[in-house]
Design a protein around this ligand. Sequence first.
Ligand code: SF4
Ligand code: SF4
Length: 156
Amino acid sequence: MKTPIDRSDIRPKFWETHALEDLSRPEWEALCDGCGRCCLLKLEDEDSGEIAYTNIACRLFDEATCSCGNYALRRQIVAGCVVLTPENIARTAYWMPSTCAYRLLFEGKPLFDWHPLISGDTQSVAAAGLTMQGKTIPEYDIDQDDLEDYIIEGIV
Ligand code: SF4
Ligand code: SF4
């Protein structure tokens, strides 16, 4: 899988030695493992707050790279896209996948061994079965009223 994430300009082990709010922009971006899970449409139970993931991908999701098709302009194109920052992670972490580095670090947990920052290999995410590449349906291919029919298990 091709990865658009540049991990060249980062401090060694920065995720263990610096708080999220003290990271440089490249370090912040390098935390993303490229799984694509946050770009899936989700349903939230109004009463319990429980999040259900579907295999329906945001209209800008690019399956070829398993990443956003227009990262720079994503917020202008997709109104519901949340641009993660150190300032909003406390409000957003609950609906991010539990494997996501931003959520893990926010919750004080270590990264998994398959994270490219630790494995040194971008393919290790796919090898661990975590990317959504080849597993999604574009949102424009379905009726939004049928979203519940596309709920998938295994992402929490
Ligand atoms: S869930 Fe987290 S690690 Fe995965 S693509 Fe989204 S931001 Fe990156
Ligand atoms: S706009 Fe891009 S980053 Fe935002 S949810 Fe859609 S594919 Fe993901």
